[in-house]
Design a protein around this ligand. Structure first.
Ligand code: XMP
Ligand code: MG
Length: 188
């Protein structure tokens, strides 16, 4: 039998930071914490498209039946112009009404914090009962505005990462691991 497609490391990858096993194990730990925190409650999980897609699907599998989970999606544009304004545009909005609900936003990565501080402000204006953020990756050294997600998969250094939903120019989302790309200076 030929190996699964995921067995080969992509030639553009310099280094794998988190492999499939590590990612699944961390999703399990976070899922258990979330299950404990929301047991007996109804939870609206909001996936931020597109980057959160793989993390969201792994995380959801680890949230126990004690939580009545509903899933929705939102897509936002990156902040444009002066980055310090941090204003995002909602490209695809929720279909569910978050008012009075316990809401958990699931994101791939928090970098400067501009996207999530703006997104959480937008969602807070719709008066959810509670609003928390779960991010797979946190580049907290890169913050331009204070932002502390409640649930964090992994803290990472200031490196651009791809895979497991994260892209470079829409590529590499399908890689089952999180990795740093080669740069032209890397050689072969
Ligand atoms: P901010 O700076 O607003 O950024 O916290 C959040 C968004 O920036 C993108 N981003 C990345 N995407 N690899 C990626 O594929 C990275 O290393 C990276 N750093 C930031 C991402 O879209 C995230 O939602
Ligand atoms: Mg993103």
């Amino acid at each position: 039998m030929s190996p699964a497609p995921s067995a080969a490391i992509h030639p553009d990858v310099r280094r794998v930071l988190f492999d499939e096993g590590v990612l699944r194990a961390r999703a399990r730990e976070l899922g258990r914490r979330i299950t404990g925190d929301y047991a007996g409650r109804r939870l609206l999980v909001v996936g931020v498209l597109k980057g959160s897609l793989m993390f969201l699907s792994d995380l959801l599998r680890e949230i126990g039946a004690e939580v009545d989970v509903h899933v929705d999606f939102i897509a936002v544009s990156s902040y444009s112009g002066a980055a310090s304004t941090g204003t995002i545009r909602v490209l695809l909005d929720l279909r569910e009404n978050p008012e009075g609900r316990d809401v958990l936003v699931v994101e791939d990565i928090v970098d400067t914090g501009l996207t999530l501080s703006s997104l959480t402000e937008t969602l807070r204006a719709r008066r959810p009962a509670s609003l928390e953020v779960c991010t797979l990756l946190d580049k907290s050294v890169c913050r331009k505005v204070p932002f502390s997600p409640k649930y964090v998969g992994f803290e990472i250094p200031d490196e651009f990462v791809v895979g497991y939903g994260l892209d470079y120019d829409e590529r590499y989302r399908q890689l089952p691991y999180v990795a740093i790309l080669r740069t032209p200076n890397d050689g072969q």
